[in-house]
Design a protein around this ligand. Structure first.
Ligand code: GLN
Ligand code: ZN
Length: 761
């Protein structure tokens, strides 16, 4: 009985790759040094898997930046602006595409399916001359072999590669990317033949796009591609790996009928319906790579449950054709639990990071083969039982409050236009009111204060004094700039989710639980392990202090339940929506306390609402329903005169605009300035939006300072589509990552633009 790992994190247990990359980019270390750190990481990962007993160990899942960019390099599909002249692609060209250089900006980056990993989007068109320009897949295979490990080289499959691409600038928007299949397959053939020559006996193609709702034309591309590759692939065992969702029925038929393919990998954690499809019909004589160990989460596997699933599958595909695997690449989970020395022991026993998941996969494979490690299984069963019965997990009053939510959809009593009237009487704002999204620049000094307070190097009094001074500075600056609705600047927050998670019950934090987000950037999501409640107010102290410093309205600033959920590792012992409702109840308590403390404007950020949208269309309505409902729960209890804002930092809303309206916020601020007015087109097409709306007037991701004219021009474009009395003027997002030297002039111009237009209306 065999075991397989789809892919493994690259960063290293202590983010070794991150530091090596950043030092190389800063010119502090050489290319050789970066190569050395990387080779050491690869070799330790391969050895670790080999020692654990894994039979099918992946190679080429390492990347200096991103596996899709690696594929772009393999295919020589470098956009001309990077000035590449052929030959093997080196660090210069590779990192220029990833990060830009002094004269050319980076290629676009976008989310990898519904994960928080971002890939570099290939830019393709009819004129691209594909050529075999990076031999990385083969050299990694050889490198492992030299270390005594025979690996399964992994490639992004040709169809997924094209489906994840976009037409290059100047190429018609409706150019058929799939028409490039015949041009890229010759390169794939060269790679395959080199891999064969190097001794590979297996190859893995990741084709995750097959889980999306593809039309028959796109599905046919899989049939065409693998028929074309069939003869090159002969002599190799070929695994097509899918992940992240159920494989739709038609796609399953297409997939399992592919020529030249010997094995299929499925995500059986998210793909419970795929399990039924397999049970109904799986092609005879083919391998099934059963992804039962969750690559998207940090929970220890329920080994007994997985074993029984595997036993059932064994009856269908045969003992020698079943391979135990992970649900997807382990890239999306934390690296190694061994380094979590500060985690509570009991909670730790419930967890498994990538290194532990490798051991679980192997333990399952051994058990299937009749060599069950009884001690390992019984420890696991004990941990599962302790998690079920632990008083840390269950909080009866939270359960009751959440259950009592049923039967109401939690809407504010008055409709939005009446509320806006009532609020205006109280707030007395000018037309085109100006505001910002929340954070102001986070200086080194500020970070030091927070760090020293955490480490107990400065006293509570000193800390409070320092933060209050910072708030005061930010308040005075906004008054000078003549901004209408102020923020306190969030100096006490390290991160918009962590700040709340640390104060809520049911959350745990890791020291090294990093997950790659893009390039060298990693995030460390909190772990939600138990029922969520709010023992004490979380923001009232700071918001009241800020309000006391000004006569202008001060926005209370909260992170919404859906965003907290989507940016955490979420418990898997209850549905996501139940956890979300619990967080919503905690935020509701906070909203009401802020209101009592005299805060009349409260912003509840739902930056990550869009990114939790399920991949399969059939599941989207349900998600949007509970996500939007959770948001409404947080603020349905406030009086009409309390103005509820929300903020989203993503501009791709056109398909979910009705859900956004259904959130029923009084004001929404949305990222807009990089979206070519896509957002505005919704309103141009006649969607009615009665609430306040602030589409960002300038891009905060760039150090560039927008001029007054440019901002006024933007606002004018909005005024052409939206009613004057609902439009707000604000930047795209928080100013945390910017410098004061950029923020001051940019906001000055923003306020000037709003004032200019007021005189013209
Ligand atoms: N209030 C947060 C800030 O300004 C919002 C951040 C975000 O949307 N990502 O930093
Ligand atoms: Zn934002």
């Amino acid at each position: 009985m065999a075991s397989h790992i789809v892919g493994y994190p690259r960063m290293g247990p202590k983010r070794e790759l991150k530091f090596a990359l950043e030092s190389f980019w800063d010119g502090k270390s050489s290319a050789e040094e970066l190569q050395k750190v990387s080779a050491d990481l690869r070799s330790s990962i391969w050895k670790q898997m080999a020692d654990a007993g894994i039979k099918y160990i992946p190679s080429n899942t390492f990347a200096f930046y991103d596996q899709v960019l690696d594929t772009t390099a393999m295919l020589g599909a470098v956009p001309p602006r990077y000035g590449w002249n052929g030959g093997e692609i080196g660090f210069d060209t590779y990192f220029s595409m990833a990060r830009g250089n002094a004269s050319v900006p980076a290629m676009e980056m976008t989310k990898w399916f519904d994960t928080n990993y971002h890939f570099i989007v290939p830019e393709l068109g009819p004129d691209v001359n594909f050529s075999y320009a990076s031999h990385k897949a083969v050299s990694e295979y050889r490198e492992a072999k030299a270390l005594g490990v025979d690996t399964v080289p992994v490639l992004v499959g040709p169809v997924s590669y094209l489906l994840l691409s976009k037409p290059a600038k100047g190429v018609e928007k409706n150019f058929s990317l799939l028409s490039l299949l015949e041009k890229i397959l010759p390169v794939y053939k060269e790679v395959i033949s080199e891999l064969k020559a190097a001794g590979a006996s297996w190859i893995q193609f990741d084709e995750p796009t097959i889980v999306l709702d593809l039309d028959s034309h796109k599905l046919k591309a899989f049939t065409d591609a693998y028929s074309e590759l069939e003869s090159s692939l002969s002599g190799l065992n070929v695994l097509i790996e899918t992940y992240f969702a159920d494989v739709p029925v038609e796609a399953f038929k297409t997939l399992t009928a592919l020529k030249g393919v010997t094995a299929f990998g499925f995500d059986l954690v998210r793909g419970t319906k795929t399990l039924d499809l397999i049970k109904a019909e799986f092609p005879k004589g083919k391998y099934l790579f059963a992804g039962v160990v969750d690559g998207r989460n940090i929970w220890a596997n329920d080994l007994a449950a997985s074993l029984s699933t595997l036993h059932a599958l064994e009856g269908i595909v045969g003992k020698d054709k079943l391979v135990v695997s992970t649900s997807c690449s382990l890239l999306h989970t934390a690296v190694d639990l061994v380094n979590e020395t500060k985690l509570d022991k009991e909670i730790k026993s419930w967890l498994a990071f990538a290194a532990q998941k490798v051991v679980e996969v192997n333990a399952l494979a051994k058990a299937l083969a009749g060599h069950k490690d009884d001690a390992f299984f019984s420890d696991n069963a004990a941990a599962q039982a302790s998690r079920k019965s632990s008083p840390r997990v269950t909080n009866e009053s939270v359960q009751k409050a959440a259950a009592a939510l049923k039967g109401s959809d939690h809407r504010r009593a008055t409709n939005v236009s009446a509320r806006l009237d009532a609020q205006q009487k109280k707030l007395n704002l000018p037309i085109l009111p100006t505001t910002t999204i929340g954070s102001f620049p986070q200086t080194i000094e500020l970070r030091r204060v927070r760090r020293e307070y955490k480490a107990k190097k400065i006293s509570e009094d000193e800390y409070v004094k320092a933060i209050k001074e910072e708030i005061n500075k930010v308040v005075k600056l906004q008054e000078e700039l003549d901004i209408d609705v102020l923020v306190h600047g969030e100096p006490e927050r390290n991160d918009m989710v962590e700040y709340f998670g640390e104060q809520l019950s049911g959350f745990a934090f890791t020291v090294n639980g990093w997950v790659q987000s893009y390039g060298s950037r990693c995030v460390k999501p909190p772990i939600i392990y138990g029922d969520v409640s709010r023992p004490n107010p979380m923001t009232v102290f700071w918001s009241s202090a800020a309000q006391s410093m000004t006569a202008r309205p001060m926005k209370g600033m909260l992170t919404g339940p859906v965003t907290i959920l989507n940016w955490s590792f979420v418990r898997n012992d209850q549905p996501r929506h139940e956890t979300c409702y619990q967080i919503a109840l905690s935020i509701k308590d906070e909203v009401e306390d802020l209101e009592k403390a005299g805060i009349n404007v409260i912003q509840i950020d739902e930056a990550a609402l869009r990114e939790g949208l399920p991949l399969r269309k059939s599941e989207q309505a349900f998600y949007l329903d509970w996500a939007v409902h959770s948001f409404r729960i947080t603020n349905c209890g406030v009086v009409d005169t309390t103005q509820i804002h929300t903020h989203m930092c993503y501009s791709n809303f056109n398909d979910i605009i009705h859900s956004i309206i259904d959130m029923d916020a009084d004001v929404i601020t949305i990222e807009n300035s990089r979206s070519d007015e896509k957002l505005l087109s919704v309103f141009r097409e006649g969607v009615k939006y009665g609430a306040g709306i602030g589409p960002g007037v300038y891009d905060i991701h760039s150090p560039r300072i927008p001029s007054t004219e440019e901002i006024a021009d933007r606002i004018n474009k909005m005024l052409a589509v939206l009613e004057t009395n609902i439009l707000w003027v604000n930047p795209d997002c928080g100013l945390k990552t910017r410098k004061y030297t950029e923020v001051k002039p940019a906001l000055k111009n923003m306020v000037a633009a709003a004032k200019l237009l007021r005189t013209q209306l």
